[in-house]
Design a protein around this ligand. Structure first.
Ligand SMILES: [Ca+2]
Length: 536
């Protein structure tokens, strides 16, 4: 029997009606592999690709024809509580599309969101990446993903690539170990293009750096970057960095250098920590022509040998409201490139000549530095010692507020930063949420309702879906008069972390077109309210 495999939804974009499709991938679904879909279908703006839990041993090519628009991106979504795994075990990631790929996801496209997916074991021997942006890629978002044990975690090519956004994502243990005797480093992140990373946990790069970019402009907001084998944040030169305003802004990050020597053969990298300049010192064809704005970060050296800030003669730092703890070496040789105010540094460290309002002491009074809880105690001398109006210039030279509105919350979340009218130093305001400081997390923060509006007559499975539902949560649906018409539970259709509604009331009758209100409730008493527009 012939089946209709796509679910039609209605997307209102810029006043036009676009018919978008939902495609399902997984065991027993329309497509058994992701490649099986992308090699046979051209995806359109607003399309949704639902990847069901399982292991996908494949490299996938995302061609330029598969592109969304800014208002109607293509969503590629892992379904369920356990992320589907794209596992590169045994694959050679050295090929060229369309038949081969050099990465687990090799992307040439625009306006795509990849969310709730896990990538691992790709390209360890051949340098393949979990996700690689190739020429023409732009406005690619990676959200709520996990990447580990690949040759490189996320990379981008030297061809024209637009902005990459990575949020709520863990990237760890990437390691490139060639079998042909050649020397390569591999990094958790290695970009040639502009990027924004926020609420991410980037750690334990196997050989190289946690975050490396040769892009013109980089933003890092509220990330936890720790325990690289080599450099933690390494923003160096390329043809992209000679133009004015080849800047970077780092706000509210926790950046930690571990107390351990690098692997054998990589001597010297127990010194470098944050680099804004050149890979190879002052030589080479290019330089980095810009400023790194370091604002309200907590920067922890694991040992006295660590040098916090490194640069080259054309690169500058503007540092305000940071805590530098654990080493007395702020920099060597680049003190004139470093300006800023209201930073805390150890009493044994020499403040760079461009610093003003420096606080010094033996201990900034963290809740528990040994267990890495860098929230502040009530006794901390850095409370209310920040400047209140930190700002930065972006990659075009436009000025923006650098006031931190959020804080990193382990492992890959964020929480609003307390605002008492006077900024504290570091990544955590005294009394803010997270460990040590109390506070709560919205368990429904990532719930999405789709399609919404919901057009019953053209929906093949006649279901409206809510994803990212906490285990055991319930949903009450009300009509416009406030009368409860239906109660549903997480997993009601046999898919964990989802609730599906068939547009019927408790008695099994289809409800009329209109707006319906719902309330989600979890076992801890947390609530979320929303609306569903139902069209017949
Ligand atoms: Ca304060």
């Amino acid at each position: 029997m012939k089946k209709i495999f796509c679910i039609l939804a209605v997307v209102f974009a810029a006043g036009t009606v676009v018919f978008a499709a939902t495609y399902t991938v997984g065991a027993g679904k329309t497509y058994s592999t992701i490649k099986g879909l992308t090699s046979t279908k051209t995806l359109s703006p607003g399309d949704i690709v639902e990847i069901y839990p399982g292991t996908y041993n494949e490299g996938v090519y995302w061609p330029s024809a598969n592109k969304g628009t800014v208002s109607s991106p293509i969503i590629v979504r892992g379904m369920g509580l356990i992320k589907p795994v794209i596992d590169g075990t045994g694959l050679s990631l050295t090929g060229a599309p369309p038949s081969g790929t050099d990465s687990l996801f090799m992307v040439y496209s625009e306006n795509i969101v990849f969310e709730n997916l896990e990538f691992k074991n790709g390209g360890v021997s051949d340098g393949g990446s979990a996700i690689r942006l190739q020429g023409g890629s732009n406005n690619i978002t990676v959200r709520n993903c996990k990447i580990s044990h690949c040759g490189i975690g996320i990379s981008s090519s030297t061809a024209a690539v637009g902005t990459l956004i990575v949020e709520n994502t863990e990237i760890a243990n990437c390691l490139w170990e060639p079998t042909d005797g050649s020397t390569h480093w591999g990094h958790n992140v290695y970009l040639q293009s502009d990027s924004i990373f926020r609420y991410c946990y980037i750690h334990d790069s196997g050989k190289g750096n946690n975050f490396k970019s040769r892009g013109h402009y980089t933003e890092l907001w509220y990330n936890y970057i720790a325990d690289a084998n080599s450099i933690e944040v390494d923003l160096v030169e390329s043809t992209n960095t000679t133009a004015a305003n080849s800047n970077a802004v780092l706000v509210g990050n926790i950046i930690i250098k571990r107390n351990a020597a690098p692997k054998s053969g990589y001597a010297g990298n127990d010194v470098q920590f944050i680099m804004f300049g050149r890979d190879g010192g002052e030589g080479g064809a290019f330089a980095r022509n810009g400023t790194m704005y370091l604002l309200n970060n907590t920067i922890i050296a694991g040992m006295a040998a660590n040098k916090f800030l490194d640069a080259n003669s054309s690169a500058k730092y503007l540092c305000s409201n940071n805590i530098f703890y654990g080493s007395n070496t702020m920099t060597t040789g680049f003190t004139n490139a470093i300006t800023g105010s209201n930073n805390w540094i150890p009493s044994g460290a020499a403040a760079p000549s461009g610093f003003s309002g420096t606080l010094q002491g033996t201990d900034p009074s963290f809740i528990n530095a040994v267990s890495r809880d860098y929230h502040l105690t009530a006794a901390s001398a850095v409370i209310n010692k920040g400047i209140n109006n930190p700002s930065y210039l972006d990659g075009s030279g436009a000025s923006h507020s650098g006031v931190p509105a959020y804080e990193y919350l382990a492992p890959v979340k964020s929480v609003a930063r307390n605002s008492d009218g006077q900024l504290d130093l570091g990544a955590f305001e005294y009394g803010s949420g997270g460990g040590g400081g109390g506070g709560t997390v919205d368990p429904f923060a990532n719930v999405k309702t789709y399609p919404n509006p919901f057009r019953l007559s053209i929906s093949a499975d006649k279901m409206i879906k809510l994803n990212n539902i906490p285990a055991g949560a319930s949903m009450d649906i009300f009509d416009i008069n406030g009368s409860k018409i239906r109660s549903l539970k997480e997993g009601n259709a046999g898919i964990s972390s989802m609730i599906l509604w068939d547009g019927k009331n408790e008695g099994g009758d289809s409800v009329p077109s209109g707006t319906y209100m719902y309330t989600l409730l979890d076992g801890a008493g947390n609530k979320k309210k929303g609306k569903i527009a139902l069209l017949k």
